[in-house]
Ligand binder design. Sequence first.
Ligand SMILES: Nc1ncnc2c1ncn2[C@@H]1O[C@H](COP(=O)(O)OP(=O)(O)OP(=O)(O)O)[C@@H](O)[C@H]1O
Length: 239
Amino acid sequence: MLSWRDILDILAVATLFYYVYRLIAETRAINLVRGVLVYLLVWFAASQLGLNSLAWILGNAATLGAFGLIVVFQPELRGALERIGRGRFQRPALAESTLSELVRALERMSARRHGALIAFERRTPLGDYASSGEIVNARLSARFLESIFAPTSPLHDGGVIVRGDQVVAAGCIFPLSDRVEKYIGTRHRAALGLSEQTDALVIVVSEERGTIRVAERGQLSPPLQPRDVRERILEEIRV
Ligand SMILES: Nc1ncnc2c1ncn2[C@@H]1O[C@H](COP(=O)(O)OP(=O)(O)OP(=O)(O)O)[C@@H](O)[C@H]1O
């Protein structure tokens, strides 16, 4: 007979699996999970069929492999733990007027081909990344963003971090993604990297092409018009 404890236990385990699946579903680790499941299946089949040598090799390799995977997938594990710790706390909202200033800056920087990298903090605090640059804590305006990313500005290298209506820091170093698509350079890779490790929404203006793209949850959008970026921010960040 199933007692209420068994039912609670089953529900807890099912919920745990569901959340673990959701944590990894949007990362490259999902392919790994599929691989591990096939591995476990073969191992199980080998031991059931009495294929002792194969079962022995798979059993021992699994212990070594587990350590290897922790090392290789350290960024995903870190991202997952950060997502667990994020809680429900919402960051300050972005005012409509700030959004208009951002769109104006994007239009001008894209037309002039001034490279830019702008990260919007959401639930994952970006304080660690902010401290890799200069803390500025100034209200976001088109002219301010344009002057940061002007090629002669001492702060134009690196990314800017925005929290609510404030530019918190400039000249920040973001983690580089190790994705190796040919068309992406380091600025785009830094945008992707930050979006893989945190829930930040990151805008990149390409210096070479003047294109504007958005990186979010490890995905880089195709080139967008400034008004599309506006829509995207309206959808994704509370305004
Ligand atoms: N880790 C990093 N964090 C933040 N910014 C970075 C990082 N690495 C490089 N950058 C920025 O990217 C700039 C170099 O961009 P690069 O031309 O290599 O990339 P790209 O993706 O091809 O961009 P673009 O299309 O603008 O040329 C650097 O000058 C610097 O401002």
